[in-house]
Design a protein around this ligand. Structure first.
Ligand code: NDP
Length: 472
């Protein structure tokens, strides 16, 4: 098991932490095996290409992902001609993108949250993050919901009254914007990489493996910041990608209206289901500070480029597909997709909520109308101290060890199913999410098994399945 130190040291916010030794259950590896290294290099080489391929397939091949391969194989087209037909970088797109990112930085940095003052139950404003490997607790300004609301209010005001730009602006510049997003993604990842060597926010929270590719991809600094408040992880994870997600979908909807004179029910379904997911993210932004992305992952290309390019371009493929292939579902199918998506969302949110409640109250709460059942666990820190924790075995956490992922996957499948069964492209999302969450599940269980030892074994005996009861 890895070991890191906790020592008294001011954080970027001036907070201090106690002097204590504890083994790290955080983040990525210190040492890189050949498999991890090959995966990292493969991802660095292929991930940008995958994004380009999907977007190009829609632009040039009506979203068919087999047709370009077929034509290349038959010699009917060449890589060079595909490249020549692809829209290139434009200064218009660069201006749009620069204004967009600058506006999101402005909202993040200069507009402190006021929504928590008048929206009952919403946790916003300045909040503590989880303890970092070095023992610091950073402060975050939770104003994502407010940024989302202001951005969308302006979008609506523009579409209805001001008409400064067309609501199809995002779709109309989609590929040129992709080059801009790539420039930002690579710039921010490279900046974070260099910063970790030259002026890290907190040197204690850096991890160097000795392998430059792995360091670049998985990140060195845990919480890189500029000044006290510009947190790279929260900004790039939460905005501009996730705020843009719903705007991108709205732009696709506007394009459908412009092209066909109407909007299909599948487009409305995708917009509604994904908007619920995005709003849930912002409503729970303070809770999100305690999830694996913020608590365990370092900031590198994986998050920097991923948040700038992968997320906005691949999480929105369903809407893009529906612009080129408008699908009108029967009422029964539309209702079935809606219900499936809502049930998935309910499971996702309730499972996360149950664990949050259980941990916050240390088990003194009611889950499904009863006192929760749990396994008492202990884990040892590097200084030999024994700490206690609890793993819940009732509610959704009694059905499977990661039922929150199951709900997430059901929601993801609903977005894909809304597009019908004409093409493979919209189903990329469920394939990707399955790989992401199964890998995350294995990664998390490996960490928990190292942390809790035989108590984790007792827990896995009590709750034997990971995602689907009786199956996996
Ligand atoms: P979880 O919220 O599932 O957290 C896992 C941690 O919870 C474990 O490491 C352990 O931590 C604790 N734990 C595990 N089992 C129990 C139990 N039975 N009782 C109490 N605590 C337990 O993981 P994530 O942070 O990965 O996911 C958060 C949400 O975000 C998920 O719903 C996921 O679907 C979603 N997500 C979505 C993504 C997307 O791209 N759309 C990407 C990633 C996540 P400890 O050490 O404290 O015991």
């Amino acid at each position: 098991m890895e070991a890191t130190r906790r020592r008294t040291q001011p954080s970027t916010n001036g907070k201090t932490s106690e002097q204590k030794e504890e083994p790290a259950q955080w983040g990525r590896a210190w040492e890189v095996d050949w498999f991890s290294l090959s995966s990292v290099i493969a991802l660095l080489c292929f991930a940008p290409f995958i994004v380009f391929y999907f977007v190009m397939a829609c632009d040039q091949y009506q979203c068919s992902i087999t047709q370009p391969l077929f034509e290349l194989f038959q010699g009917e087209t060449t890589l060079l001609s595909i490249w020549a037909r692809s829209p290139s970088f434009t200064w218009t797109a660069a201006k749009i993108y620069a204004i967009w990112v600058a506006f999101q930085v402005f909202l993040y940095m200069c507009v402190p949250d006021v929504t928590h003052k008048f929206i009952p139950g919403f946790v916003g404003g300045v909040q503590d993050g989880a303890r970092t490997p070095a023992g610091l607790i950073n402060k975050y300004e939770i104003n994502g919901l407010q940024s989302w609301l202001i951005t969308h209010a302006l979008w609506y005001a523009n579409a209805q009254y001001f008409h400064w730009f067309s609501p199809t602006i995002i779709f109309d510049n989609w590929i040129p914007l992709m080059w801009c997003a790539n420039i930002l993604g690579y710039a921010v990842s490279s900046f974070a990489f260099i910063k970790a060597y030259l002026f890290p926010t907190n040197a204690e929270d850096c991890k160097f493996t000795g392998n430059v590719f792995y360091n670049y991809m998985m990140g060195i600094e845990f919480n890189p910041r500029i000044g006290n408040w510009f947190d790279f992880k929260l900004f790039f994870n939460g905005r501009p990608g996730i705020v843009a997600w719903t705007l991108i979908n709205l732009s696709y909807m506007a394009k459908q209206q412009e092209l066909y004179g109407h909007v299909t029910n599948s487009m409305i379904l995708v917009n509604v289901l994904q908007a619920i997911y995005v709003l849930d993210f912002f409503w729970n932004e303070a809770w999100y500070l305690k999830t694996i992305d913020i608590c365990h992952d370092h900031f590198g290309w994986y998050l920097g480029w991923g948040d700038c390019v992968w997320l906005p371009y691949l999480y929105t493929l369903q809407g893009l597909y529906l612009v080129y292939n408008p699908v009108q579902l029967s009422n029964v199918n539309a209702l079935a997709v809606l219900l499936f998506g809502l049930v998935g969302y309910y499971i996702f949110r309730s499972t996360n909520h149950q664990k949050d409640l259980f941990r916050r109250t240390e088990g003194s709460c009611s889950i499904w109308g009863r006192k929760p059942e749990y396994i008492e666990c202990s884990y040892r820190s590097a200084d030999g101290g024994v700490h206690r924790s609890k793993l819940m075995t009732s509610g959704f956490w009694g059905l499977a060890r990661h039922f929150n992922y199951t709900g997430d996957l059901m929601g993801s499948l609903a977005y894909c199913a809304a597009c019908g069964f004409g093409h493979i492209l919209p189903y990329f999302y469920i394939v990707y999410m399955t790989i992401l969450l199964v890998h995350r599940c294995v990664r998390d269980e490996h960490r928990c098994s190292s942390k809790y030892g035989k108590d984790w074994k007792r827990y896995t005996d009590a709750v034997p399945y990971r995602l689907i009861p009786g199956v996996f």
